[in-house]
Every structure is written in structure tokens, then in C-alpha cells.
Design a protein around this ligand. Structure first.
Ligand code: FAD
Length: 166
């Protein structure tokens, strides 16, 4: 993952974090470098469990979210107790501490006592099944997140086009 220090055992991607929400600890920092729903969704989930959760993002807003979802989801997460830190980069992860940088002022800040760091970044396609079947079946199509990790509408479109091609 694209942050120095992210190889440590208390740093997770958002999917791994979701599978162990109860074990992330009392103080969690989530980095969102995509700007969709996952980071603020996890932030709200943790905040509702009384976890002290801070979501940092270099963006001014979750820029990939549609406006209707954004206008509902972000206030809901913040009202649940999630700390929202836009315009903030996560420069490095130390020993249960993170170095944050305000992308406008360039001022740095260290947050300590962090139990877990979660990084929401772009995913890698899981196309193992596609490659395992290649050469063994008469017709094989690669669709959806097996091509590239995107959103559900892209997978539905790929599936639709595959269906029309039958
Ligand atoms: C936390 C999270 C939140 C998201 N929120 C949104 C959102 O709000 N809006 C949106 O549009 N998109 C969202 N997405 C993205 C969306 O879920 C995906 O783009 C979409 O599910 C892709 O569909 P798919 O059918 O290509 O793959 P999947 O839905 O991943 O389906 C692939 C299936 O294949 C199975 N599989 C994989 N390998 C094998 C194998 N070797 N053998 C057998 N089975 C196998 C998997 O178990 C899985 O069930 C989100 C994703 C995540 C992770």
C-alpha cells in the first residue's frame, strides 16, 4: 500500500478491516485515497461502536461519490462521531502513530496511540479463476472486478454486454 510503514501488522486494507471490525481497537485512523463510500462507511460503522475513528483524505470531499449519496452519508458518519479530516495526507505510519500533512498549509501533525490504520486505496483485480479456466473451456469472458476493481454499475454493464453477446 502506498504509505511508508504500511507493512506493519496493525495496518489493513478496507476489506480486511471489515472482516475484523471488532478487533481494530479503540483508536483507528482510516486513509481514503479513492473518495467513494467505503472509508466513510467504515468510519460510521466504527463510530457507532464507540471507536475513536478519524478518516483522513487528501481530497476536499469524497469526490467519486454521487452528490445525493454524499449529502446523506458524510453528515450521517460525522453525526455518529467519525472525525472527518479532508485535505489531509497520511505521509507515514510509525509505531502506532501516523504523520498527517495538511495538503493546503503543508503543516505536519503526529497522532499517537493508534491501534489500527486502515487504507482504502485502489484494489487489484482477482482474476485467478479466469486464468485457471483459460484454454480449458470453449468460451471465456472476463467481466466486472475481475477486469479491474471498479463500481457495481461497471460490472453490471460488462455482464449485460456478455449476455447480449450470447
Ligand atoms: C466494501 C465495499 C463497498 C462497495 N461499495 C460500493 C458502492 O457503494 N457502489 C458501487 O457501485 N460499488 C461498490 N463496491 C464495488 C462493487 O461491490 C464491485 O464493483 C462489484 O461487486 C463487482 O462485481 P463482480 O461481479 O465483478 O465481482 P464480485 O461481486 O466480487 O463477485 C465475484 C464473485 O466471484 C467469487 N470468486 C472469486 N474467485 C473465485 C474462485 N476462484 N472460485 C469461485 N468463486 C470465486 C467471489 O467470491 C465473488 O462472490 C464496493 C466494494 C466494496 C469491497
Amino acid at each position: 500500500m502506498p504509505v511508508p510503514g504500511s507493512q506493519q501488522d496493525f495496518v489493513f486494507d478496507h476489506e480486511a478491516a471489515l472482516q475484523q471490525v471488532d478487533q481494530l481497537g479503540r483508536r483507528v485512523v482510516v486513509l481514503d485515497v479513492v473518495g467513494h463510500i467505503e472509508a466513510i462507511g467504515l468510519g460510521e460503522l466504527l463510530a457507532r461502536q464507540q471507536v475513536e475513528v478519524t478518516v483522513v483524505t487528501p481530497f476536499p470531499l469524497p469526490v467519486c461519490l454521487d452528490r445525493e449519496t454524499l449529502g446523506y452519508a458524510l453528515p450521517r458518519a460525522v453525526q455518529a462521531g467519525m472525525r472527518w479530516r479532508p485535505n489531509t495526507a497520511l505521509a507515514a505510519i510509525g509505531a502506532h502513530a501516523v504523520t498527517l500533512v495538511d495538503v493546503l498549509s503543508r503543516q505536519t501533525e503526529t497522532l499517537g496511540g493508534i491501534d489500527s490504520v486502515v487504507i482504502r486505496t485502489h484494489g487489484v483485480a482477482d482474476a485467478g479463476l479466469y486464468f485457471a479456466l483459460q484454454g480449458h473451456v470453449a468460451e471465456l469472458l472476463r467481466v466486472g472486478d475481475a477486469v479491474a476493481v471498479r463500481t457495481a454499475d461497471r460490472a453490471i454493464f460488462d455482464g449485460h454486454m456478455a449476455g447480449r453477446g450470447l
